[in-house]
Design a protein around this ligand. Structure first.
Ligand SMILES: C[S@@+](CC[C@H](N)C(=O)[O-])C[C@H]1O[C@@H](n2cnc3c(N)ncnc32)[C@H](O)[C@@H]1O
Length: 260
């Protein structure tokens, strides 16, 4: 099969992965169903099959961003996220970075028996070293200053003229990314909130800019409301997505069309 581009498939991602040719995807950004945390119309996933399918379709040097969290069952976190990360490594993926998606705290929440859980994992896997690394440089640098000329005293007492390097106004980010979430923050597309678990558009955009270039192919096998496809399109990338629920797939199609 030749590579379809700019398409959203309303089907199980295993079917899409089976049809796609090998080594055709530059970047995957996705969040799978989190350990049955939400109903998602009752769909479950075959993780080993999906990981081997991703290994097949991702290009050498391509990246998979896997955003996930654990469920807590009677005071015991499942540890599923870490098991998933190890399964990717066993498949051959490199664990390039374990990043954190921090959700800005708003209002108060119940349960005083533990600290407020405010983050998800963002595992960055790569098939070999990543071929594209465009680090986002938007962290204000407190030490910012221009380079200048100065002097240094040598061991024989002489003063040597030297050029001192400066520090730019903005440095690269840390690997903890913080976003506001929820209505009015994750997206302005009201229709997206018919899905119970969207992630912020800004998060999808930031990974797309970091690990792909214009014209690359970005795939989300669990696209939900289509956040990744929409942001890939807006960033000048080609997009592909799969979603097994017909209702969520319809939302994704509408969001990608609205963004035209
Ligand atoms: C965490 S949500 C993704 C939300 C998405 N990131 C967004 O911003 O809208 C996971 C999605 O995976 C879908 N899903 C579950 N199993 C699937 C499968 N085998 N193939 C494709 N989609 C699946 C669920 O219906 C759900 O919409």
């Amino acid at each position: 099969m030749s590579l379809p581009i700019d398409q959203l498939f309303c089907e199980d991602c295993r079917d899409t992965l089976e049809r796609l040719p090998p080594d055709c995807i530059d970047l995957v950004v996705t969040s799978p169903p989190y350990a049955d945390m939400r109903a998602y119309h009752g769909y479950s996933i075959d993780l080993p099959g999906i990981i081997s399918g991703l290994w097949k379709v991702v290009k050498p040097g391509g990246v998979v961003v896997w955003i996930t969290a654990d469920k807590t069952v009677q005071g015991d976190e499942t540890g599923d996220s870490l098991r998933q990360a190890l399964a990717f490594k066993e498949q051959g993926f490199q664990l390039w970075d374990t990043m954190i998606f921090e959700k800005e705290v708003r209002g108060a929440t119940g349960n005083n028996r533990g600290y407020w859980q405010v983050w998800d994992y963002m595992f960055v896997f790569s098939k070999g070293a990543p071929k594209t690394i465009n680090l986002l440089m938007d962290r204000p640098n407190k030490e910012a200053r221009k380079g200048d000329r100065g002097t240094k005293r040598l061991s024989n007492g002489e003063l040597k003229s030297i050029q001192r390097g400066g520090y730019s106004a903005y440095g690269r980010r840390t690997n903890i990314w913080k976003y506001k979430v929820g209505k009015g923050h994750s997206t302005k597309d009201a229709i997206a909130f018919q899905h119970p678990a969207i992630f912020p558009e800004a998060l999808a955009r930031d990974h797309i800019l970091s690990w792909s270039n214009a014209g690359d192919v970005v795939y989300d096998p669990f696209m939900g409301s289509g956040t990744v496809a929409k942001m890939a399109k807006l960033a000048g990338r080609h997009y592909l997505g799969s979603e097994v629920s017909a209702a969520y797939c319809a939302i994704a199609r509408e969001r990608v069309v609205i963004s035209e």
